[in-house]
Write a protein that binds this ligand. Structure first.
Ligand code: BGC
Length: 728
C-alpha cells in the first residue's frame, strides 16, 4: 500500500524528463520527452530549449509541413513511426503534438502548429495521437490552451471572449480529446482570462474532464506551475520538471488541511494508470528502429507537405533545363524549428545534392547570403550568386528564414524575408527573369515578388528528407498536392489580429474574436497573396454533381472530382459552410470538412465529406452551450477557401433551446411566439402605422413597450407565463 506522502512525490518529476519511481507500487521511472516531430531524448545534460544533443532520431516535417498535407492517414503512419522510435529509445510519453491556432504569422512557434483553423488542426493532431498511441506510447497534446504567441509566454493573460474561446481555441483540442483519447494533455504557460492555465479549474476540470470526458493526466509545461497546491486543486496532475519546494508545499498544505488526500489520490491514480500502460509497452521493446524505412517515410511525408503557390508553367522542370541554384538553404537545409522540439536527425539530405543526382551532373551553385549568425561568406557572395544566375535557363532561388529569425521563446516582428535575400532576388531578376523561388520557413512570409517570378514553391520546414522531396517536386517526379493552412497576406497590417498582437503586460486581448485567419480576411473582403487552403498541382481538377443532405447526424456532402489534366494527382476538396440568415454573428464561411482523392488523368471519383452535427454548432453565450441553428445552410466546396467551385443550400433542423419570453424580450423576438400578437396588438398601435416607427419598436423590450403604453407591468407577466406554457 503506497502512503499518501509517497503519492505526493508522483505529482512532480524526479528530474528534467522523468517521473519518479514509486518502489512500493512497483513503478519505475518513466521518461517523457519532446516531441513533437521526432524523439528528442537527451543523452547528456538536460535542457528544454534544445541546446544539448540528443540521440539520433528521425526528424519528420514539423507541424507546419504536416498541416499542409491535409493527410490524416499519412500522419497516422508518421505517428506509428514516432511511437516505434519512442519504444526503441525507452520513452514512455512523447510531448506532442502541439496544436495551438496560428493567430498571427508572427508567432515564433507557428512551425510547431498545424493551422489557423481548428478543424484541420484537430483532425491532423488526432491522427498523430492515434498513430503514436497504437505503439503503446503516450502523447501530450499541447499547449492547453490559448498559447498563441511566444512574447511573454510564461505570464501573458490571453483574454478571449467565451464564444471565440470555444469555437476557435478549444474546438481542436475537443476533437482530439474526444476522438483520439490522448493519454496526457500539457497545460500552457500563459493565463487564460486571468488565471494561469496550470491553475485553471475551468479548463483543466470543467471543460477537459467534465465536458469532454478526458481520462488521462494533465502535466504542466516545463516550469508552468506557480503553486502546486492550487494546480492540483484545479485539475493538474503532474508538475514538470522536478520542483522540490513545490513538492514540499503540497506536504505542508496537506498537514495544514489546505488540500485533501482525495485530490492527491486522484492525481496519483490518473498518473499511475497511464504510466503503467507505457511501462508495459516499454518492457519488451526492441532496441532499435528501422532507420532507413523511417527516413523513406519522412521523405514521402515531405513530398505531401510541399505547396506549389504559383507556377506559370515553368514547373515541372525538364531534366535538360540548364538550372543554377542560389541560396545556402539548398545546401544547408533549414528543416526544423528552434527550441525544445529540435531533433538530432539520423541523416540529413539536401536539395542541392538531390538536384545533382536527378539531373546526373553538377549544377552551378552559389550560397548568396548567410542563413545563420556566425556563418562566413566571401565578400563577393552576392555578386557571385548574380553571376551564376545570369547564364541559367532557370534560376532556383532558395530563400527563407534562418533559425534565429523564428523560434520558440520569441515572436518575429516582421513577416518580411531578410533584406539581403530580397536584394539578391532583385539583382537576379535584373539579369534573369526565369526565377523559381523555393522557400524554407516555419511561418508565412510576405511574397511581394510573387508575380515577378515564374513559380513559388513553399517548402516550409520539411524534416530530414525534405531536400529530395523538393527536387522531386521541381522536376515533376512528384506532383505537388499540399495546401496552405495559414493565409499568406499581402501586408502584415492586413492580418486580422494585427492590432491585438502581442498585447502588453496587462494581457493580450483577442480583439478580432472569431475572425481569425481566413475568417477575418473573408469578412473584411481583404485581398490576400495566397488564401487558406490554396495549393496548385501539375494537373487540374473539375468539381461537379454536388449533393448535400441533412439529418440529425449532420450533413452528408458528396461530389465528383475529375482529373482534367494530363498527370496523376491528388486533390484536397474542402467543404466550407455558411449560415446566411443567421441570428448570431457569423464568419462568412468556415471549413467543416475535407477529403483527398488521388486520380489518374481523366479519372473521376465520387468524394464524400461527412460534416457532423457538432461541427455545425455555434457556442451560444446565452445558453452556455453548443447550439445548432435551424435554417438554410450553404455548403461551398472547392480547391481553396477562395476557389470555391460548387455550392448548394440545405435546410438544417437545429436544436435551439426554447427561450421563455420575459419582459426583457424584444418585440421582434416576441412576435415569433404564437399568440403574442393577439394579446399585445392593442399596445403595438401606440406608435401608429409609420413603418419606421414600427421597425424601431421591434427592438424594444416588452417592459419598455408596456411602460410607454401606460399599462401596469405586473398584469403582463401572467400573460407571458401563459404564452410560455403553451409552447411546451
Ligand atoms: C515547451 C514544451 C516542451 C517542454 C519540454 C517547454 O518550454 O513549451 O513544448 O515540451 O518545454 O521541453
Amino acid at each position: 500500500m503506497t502512503d499518501i506522502q509517497t503519492k505526493i512525490s508522483l505529482t512532480g518529476g524526479v528530474d528534467f524528463w522523468h517521473t519518479p519511481a514509486i518502489e512500493d507500487a512497483g513503478l519505475p521511472e518513466v521518461m517523457l520527452t519532446d516531441g513533437p516531430h521526432g524523439v528528442r531524448k537527451q543523452s547528456a545534460a538536460s535542457d528544454h530549449v534544445g541546446i544539448n544533443d540528443s540521440y539520433p532520431a528521425t526528424c519528420f516535417p514539423p507541424a507546419v509541413g504536416l498541416g499542409s498535407s491535409w493527410n490524416a492517414e499519412l500522419l497516422v503512419a508518421v505517428g506509428v513511426a514516432l511511437g516505434e522510435e519512442c519504444r526503441a529509445l525507452g520513452v514512455g510519453v512523447l510531448l506532442g503534438p502541439g496544436m495551438n491556432i496560428k493567430r498571427s504569422p508572427l508567432c515564433g512557434r507557428n512551425f510547431e502548429y498545424f493551422a489557423e483553423d481548428p478543424l484541420v488542426a484537430g483532425v491532423l493532431a488526432s491522427a498523430l495521437v492515434r498513430g503514436i498511441q497504437t505503439q503503446g506510447i503516450g502523447t501530450s497534446v499541447k499547449h492547453f490552451a490559448a498559447n498563441n504567441q511566444e512574447t511573454d509566454r510564461m505570464r501573458r493573460d490571453s483574454q478571449i471572449d467565451e464564444r471565440t474561446l470555444r469555437e476557435v481555441y478549444l474546438r481542436g483540442f475537443a476533437k482530439v480529446v474526444t476522438s483520439a483519447r490522448p493519454w496526457t494533455i500539457m497545460c500552457s504557460y500563459n493565463k487564460v482570462n486571468g488565471t494561469f492555465a496550470s491553475e485553471n479549474h475551468f479548463l483543466l476540470t470543467e471543460v477537459l474532464r467534465d465536458e469532454w470526458g478526458f481520462d488521462g493526466f494533465v502535466m504542466s509545461d516545463w516550469g508552468a506551475v506557480h503553486d502546486r497546491v492550487k494546480a492540483l486543486k484545479a485539475g493538474l496532475d503532474l508538475e514538470m520538471p522536478a520542483h522540490a519546494a513545490h513538492e514540499e508545499g503540497v506536504r505542508k498544505a496537506l498537514a495544514a488541511g489546505e488540500i485533501d488526500e482525495a485530490t492527491i489520490e486522484q492525481a496519483y491514480a490518473r498518473i499511475e494508470r497511464v504510466l503503467r500502460l507505457a511501462i508495459a509497452s516499454l518492457e519488451d521493446a526492441p532496441e532499435s528502429f528501422d532507420v532507413d524505412a523511417h527516413h523513406a517515410l519522412a521523405r514521402r511525408t515531405a513530398e505531401q507537405c510541399i505547396v506549389l503557390l504559383s507556377n506559370d508553367g515553368v514547373l515541372p522542370l525538364a531534366q535538360e533545363t540548364k538550372v543554377a541554384v542560389v541560396g545556402e538553404f539548398a545546401r544547408t537545409p533549414r528543416y526544423q524549428g528552434a527550441g525544445s522540439s529540435r531533433v538530432n536527425p539520423t541523416r540529413l539530405d539536401n536539395a542541392l545534392d538531390a538536384i545533382t543526382a536527378l539531373v546526373g551532373h553538377d549544377v552551378p551553385f552559389a550560397p548568396g547570403f548567410v542563413t545563420a549568425p556566425g556563418q562566413e561568406l566571401a565578400a563577393s557572395a552576392h555578386d557571385d550568386a548574380v553571376a551564376v544566375a545570369r547564364d541559367a535557363d532557370v534560376v532556383l532561388a532558395f530563400l527563407g528564414l534562418g533559425e534565429s529569425h523564428e523560434s520558440e521563446g520569441y515572436d518575429r516582428d516582421t513577416c518580411d524575408l531578410p533584406a539581403e535575400q530580397l536584394a539578391l532576388l532583385e539583382d537576379i531578376l535584373a539579369v534573369n527573369s526565369n526565377v523559381v523561388v523555393v522557400l524554407s520557413n516555419g511561418s508565412s512570409v510576405l511574397l511581394p515578388f510573387a508575380a515577378r517570378v515564374r513559380a513559388v514553391v513553399e517548402g516550409w520546414l520539411l524534416g530530414q528528407a525534405g531536400g529530395p522531396a523538393i527536387a522531386d517536386v521541381l522536376y515533376g517526379v512528384v506532383n505537388p498536392s499540399g495546401k496552405i493552412t495559414e493565409t499568406i497576406p499581402h501586408r502584415l497590417e492586413d492580418v486580422p489580429s494585427f492590432l491585438h498582437f502581442p498585447g502588453d503586460t496587462s494581457g493580450v486581448r483577442y480583439g478580432e474574436g472569431l475572425f481569425v485567419g481566413y475568417r477575418g480576411y473573408d469578412a473584411s473582403g481583404t485581398d490576400v497573396a495566397f488564401p487558406f487552403g490554396h495549393g496548385l498541382s501539375y494537373t487540374s481538377f473539375g468539381y461537379s454533381d454536388l449533393s448535400v443532405s441533412s439529418s440529425d447526424a449532420g450533413l452528408a456532402v458528396a461530389l465528383t472530382v475529375t482529373n482534367t489534366g494530363e498527370r496523376a494527382g491528388r486533390e484536397v476538396a474542402q467543404a466550407y459552410v455558411s449560415v446566411p440568415g443567421s441570428k448570431v454573428v457569423r464568419v462568412p464561411r468556415e471549413l467543416k470538412g475535407f477529403a483527398a482523392v488521388t486520380l489518374e488523368p481523366g479519372e473521376s471519383r465520387r468524394v464524400e465529406i461527412a460534416v457532423s452535427a457538432d461541427e455545425l454548432a455555434y457556442w451560444s453565450v446565452i445558453d452556455h452551450s453548443w447550439v445548432v441553428e435551424s435554417g438554410s445552410y450553404t455548403v461551398e466546396v472547392g480547391s481553396s477557401s477562395r476557389d470555391l467551385r460548387t455550392s448548394a443550400s440545405v435546410e438544417v433542423a437545429g436544436n435551439e433551446p426554447v427561450r421563455p419570453l420575459s419582459m426583457e424580450s424584444t418585440v421582434a423576438e416576441a412576435m415569433t411566439v404564437p399568440g403574442f400578437e393577439a394579446v399585445f396588438a392593442p399596445m403595438m398601435t401606440i406608435f401608429g402605422e409609420d413603418p419606421d416607427l414600427v421597425r424601431m419598436m421591434e427592438s424594444m423590450p416588452l417592459a419598455a413597450l408596456v411602460g410607454f403604453s401606460g399599462q401596469p407591468e405586473d398584469t403582463f407577466q401572467p400573460v407571458l407565463d401563459g404564452l410560455n406554457a403553451a409552447r411546451h
